[in-house]
Design a protein around this ligand. Structure first.
Ligand code: FE
Length: 209
Protein backbone atom coordinates (compact mmCIF):
# COMPACT_ATOMS: atom_id res chain seq x y z
CA UNK A 1 0.00 0.00 0.00
CA UNK A 2 1.61 3.29 -1.02
CA UNK A 3 2.42 5.83 1.64
CA UNK A 4 2.61 9.39 0.53
CA UNK A 5 5.84 10.53 2.07
CA UNK A 6 8.75 11.41 -0.13
CA UNK A 7 11.39 9.71 1.97
CA UNK A 8 10.27 6.16 1.33
CA UNK A 9 12.90 5.48 -1.27
CA UNK A 10 15.62 5.84 1.31
CA UNK A 11 16.09 4.21 4.67
CA UNK A 12 16.02 6.70 7.49
CA UNK A 13 19.65 5.89 8.28
CA UNK A 14 20.68 7.65 5.07
CA UNK A 15 19.09 10.95 6.04
CA UNK A 16 21.65 13.73 6.38
CA UNK A 17 22.81 14.59 9.83
CA UNK A 18 21.36 18.05 9.60
CA UNK A 19 17.86 17.84 8.10
CA UNK A 20 17.21 21.51 8.74
CA UNK A 21 20.10 22.46 6.50
CA UNK A 22 18.88 20.16 3.77
CA UNK A 23 15.35 21.52 4.01
CA UNK A 24 16.62 25.08 3.76
CA UNK A 25 18.69 24.18 0.69
CA UNK A 26 15.69 22.54 -0.96
CA UNK A 27 13.46 25.49 -0.15
CA UNK A 28 16.01 27.89 -1.62
CA UNK A 29 16.26 25.94 -4.87
CA UNK A 30 12.51 25.46 -5.21
CA UNK A 31 11.92 29.15 -4.55
CA UNK A 32 14.64 30.23 -7.00
CA UNK A 33 13.11 28.02 -9.69
CA UNK A 34 9.69 29.51 -8.97
CA UNK A 35 8.28 26.13 -7.94
CA UNK A 36 7.12 27.18 -4.50
CA UNK A 37 5.90 30.45 -3.11
CA UNK A 38 7.65 31.25 0.20
CA UNK A 39 4.45 32.89 1.48
CA UNK A 40 2.55 29.66 0.88
CA UNK A 41 5.22 27.70 2.75
CA UNK A 42 4.97 30.16 5.64
CA UNK A 43 1.21 29.79 5.73
CA UNK A 44 1.50 26.01 5.97
CA UNK A 45 4.09 26.23 8.75
CA UNK A 46 1.96 28.75 10.62
CA UNK A 47 -1.04 26.46 10.35
CA UNK A 48 0.74 23.45 11.80
CA UNK A 49 2.64 25.42 14.42
CA UNK A 50 -0.27 27.40 15.79
CA UNK A 51 -3.64 26.18 14.59
CA UNK A 52 -3.59 22.42 14.10
CA UNK A 53 -2.66 20.30 17.07
CA UNK A 54 -3.81 17.79 19.66
CA UNK A 55 -6.23 20.31 21.14
CA UNK A 56 -8.49 19.56 18.16
CA UNK A 57 -8.40 15.82 18.78
CA UNK A 58 -9.02 16.49 22.46
CA UNK A 59 -12.15 18.47 21.60
CA UNK A 60 -13.44 15.53 19.57
CA UNK A 61 -12.72 13.05 22.38
CA UNK A 62 -14.31 15.29 25.01
CA UNK A 63 -17.45 15.61 22.92
CA UNK A 64 -17.57 11.85 22.43
CA UNK A 65 -17.34 11.40 26.20
CA UNK A 66 -20.05 13.96 26.87
CA UNK A 67 -22.45 13.12 24.05
CA UNK A 68 -23.38 9.47 23.42
CA UNK A 69 -24.95 10.19 20.05
CA UNK A 70 -21.82 11.99 18.87
CA UNK A 71 -19.71 9.11 20.13
CA UNK A 72 -21.75 6.67 18.05
CA UNK A 73 -21.40 8.88 14.99
CA UNK A 74 -17.64 9.20 15.57
CA UNK A 75 -17.19 5.44 15.75
CA UNK A 76 -19.40 4.88 12.71
CA UNK A 77 -17.88 7.58 10.49
CA UNK A 78 -15.13 9.64 12.06
CA UNK A 79 -14.74 12.03 9.15
CA UNK A 80 -18.41 12.97 9.22
CA UNK A 81 -18.23 13.54 12.99
CA UNK A 82 -15.05 15.61 12.60
CA UNK A 83 -16.74 17.66 9.89
CA UNK A 84 -19.53 18.52 12.35
CA UNK A 85 -16.82 20.22 14.38
CA UNK A 86 -15.23 21.85 11.35
CA UNK A 87 -12.19 19.56 11.41
CA UNK A 88 -10.75 18.25 8.17
CA UNK A 89 -7.61 18.52 6.11
CA UNK A 90 -4.54 16.85 4.66
CA UNK A 91 -3.53 13.50 6.15
CA UNK A 92 -6.96 13.22 7.69
CA UNK A 93 -9.01 12.20 4.70
CA UNK A 94 -9.94 8.82 6.08
CA UNK A 95 -9.89 8.60 9.86
CA UNK A 96 -11.10 5.62 11.85
CA UNK A 97 -11.79 6.08 15.56
CA UNK A 98 -11.10 3.06 17.76
CA UNK A 99 -12.40 3.04 21.31
CA UNK A 100 -10.65 1.82 24.41
CA UNK A 101 -12.87 0.02 26.86
CA UNK A 102 -12.37 -2.32 29.78
CA UNK A 103 -10.47 -5.32 28.44
CA UNK A 104 -9.44 -3.64 25.17
CA UNK A 105 -6.67 -1.10 24.63
CA UNK A 106 -5.83 0.34 21.22
CA UNK A 107 -2.50 1.71 20.09
CA UNK A 108 -1.49 3.29 16.78
CA UNK A 109 1.71 3.04 14.76
CA UNK A 110 2.78 3.47 11.18
CA UNK A 111 5.22 0.63 10.62
CA UNK A 112 6.23 1.90 7.19
CA UNK A 113 6.79 5.57 7.99
CA UNK A 114 4.82 8.08 10.04
CA UNK A 115 1.22 8.28 8.83
CA UNK A 116 -0.77 10.18 11.43
CA UNK A 117 -4.07 12.08 11.60
CA UNK A 118 -2.66 15.58 11.21
CA UNK A 119 -5.97 17.51 11.39
CA UNK A 120 -6.63 15.98 14.82
CA UNK A 121 -3.18 15.71 16.36
CA UNK A 122 -0.89 18.02 14.39
CA UNK A 123 2.58 16.89 13.34
CA UNK A 124 3.69 13.55 14.78
CA UNK A 125 6.23 13.55 17.61
CA UNK A 126 9.78 12.38 16.82
CA UNK A 127 9.35 9.09 18.65
CA UNK A 128 6.36 8.19 16.50
CA UNK A 129 8.60 8.39 13.45
CA UNK A 130 11.50 6.51 15.03
CA UNK A 131 12.59 3.11 13.72
CA UNK A 132 12.42 1.75 17.26
CA UNK A 133 8.79 2.68 17.88
CA UNK A 134 7.67 1.54 14.43
CA UNK A 135 9.26 -1.86 14.89
CA UNK A 136 8.57 -2.47 18.55
CA UNK A 137 4.97 -1.23 18.75
CA UNK A 138 3.88 -4.31 16.82
CA UNK A 139 6.40 -6.77 18.26
CA UNK A 140 6.21 -5.95 21.95
CA UNK A 141 3.41 -3.43 22.52
CA UNK A 142 3.15 -4.05 26.25
CA UNK A 143 6.81 -3.36 26.78
CA UNK A 144 6.56 -0.17 24.75
CA UNK A 145 3.50 0.88 26.73
CA UNK A 146 5.33 0.25 29.98
CA UNK A 147 8.11 2.56 28.81
CA UNK A 148 5.46 5.22 28.24
CA UNK A 149 4.32 4.63 31.81
CA UNK A 150 1.21 2.69 30.83
CA UNK A 151 0.59 -0.56 32.66
CA UNK A 152 -2.58 -2.38 31.71
CA UNK A 153 -4.34 -5.14 33.58
CA UNK A 154 -3.03 -8.53 32.45
CA UNK A 155 -6.36 -9.49 30.92
CA UNK A 156 -6.59 -6.35 28.80
CA UNK A 157 -6.00 -7.10 25.14
CA UNK A 158 -3.80 -4.67 23.21
CA UNK A 159 -4.74 -4.11 19.61
CA UNK A 160 -2.16 -2.34 17.46
CA UNK A 161 -3.40 -0.48 14.38
CA UNK A 162 -0.99 0.11 11.51
CA UNK A 163 -1.69 3.40 9.79
CA UNK A 164 -1.33 3.90 6.07
CA UNK A 165 -1.65 6.76 3.66
CA UNK A 166 -5.28 5.68 3.25
CA UNK A 167 -6.37 5.14 6.86
CA UNK A 168 -5.32 7.06 9.98
CA UNK A 169 -6.50 6.12 13.43
CA UNK A 170 -7.68 8.08 16.43
CA UNK A 171 -7.80 6.29 19.76
CA UNK A 172 -10.81 7.23 21.84
CA UNK A 173 -9.44 6.83 25.35
CA UNK A 174 -11.58 5.71 28.25
CA UNK A 175 -13.22 8.53 30.14
CA UNK A 176 -11.59 8.83 33.55
CA UNK A 177 -13.65 7.98 36.60
CA UNK A 178 -14.80 10.88 38.73
CA UNK A 179 -15.68 13.14 35.81
CA UNK A 180 -19.46 12.72 35.87
CA UNK A 181 -21.18 15.95 35.02
CA UNK A 182 -18.03 17.61 33.70
CA UNK A 183 -18.38 20.00 30.78
CA UNK A 184 -16.69 19.31 27.46
CA UNK A 185 -14.28 22.11 28.21
CA UNK A 186 -13.26 20.52 31.50
CA UNK A 187 -12.96 17.10 29.88
CA UNK A 188 -10.70 18.40 27.10
CA UNK A 189 -7.98 19.16 29.60
CA UNK A 190 -7.78 15.46 30.46
CA UNK A 191 -7.12 14.33 26.90
CA UNK A 192 -3.40 14.11 26.24
CA UNK A 193 -1.94 13.67 22.78
CA UNK A 194 -0.50 10.29 23.72
CA UNK A 195 -3.89 9.07 24.94
CA UNK A 196 -5.16 9.56 21.38
CA UNK A 197 -2.25 7.52 19.96
CA UNK A 198 -2.74 4.87 22.61
CA UNK A 199 0.68 5.31 24.19
CA UNK A 200 -0.98 7.07 27.11
CA UNK A 201 -4.21 7.14 29.05
CA UNK A 202 -6.43 10.10 29.68
CA UNK A 203 -5.39 12.09 32.75
CA UNK A 204 -7.26 11.48 35.94
CA UNK A 205 -9.11 14.41 37.55
CA UNK A 206 -6.46 14.44 40.30
CA UNK A 207 -3.55 14.57 37.85
CA UNK A 208 -5.11 16.57 35.08
CA UNK A 209 -7.32 19.58 34.80
FE1 FE B 1 3.33 6.33 7.13
Amino acid sequence: MPHDHSDHDHPHSLLPSDPALRVKALETILTAKGLVDPAAVEAILETYEKKVGPHLGAAVVARAWADRAFRARLLADANAAMAEMGISGRQGEHVVAVENRPGQHNMVVCTLCSCYPWPLLGIPPAWYKSDAYRARAVREPRKVLAEFGVTLPGDTAVRVWDSTAEVRYLVLPERPAGTEGWSEEQLRALVSRDSMIGTGLARTPEAGA
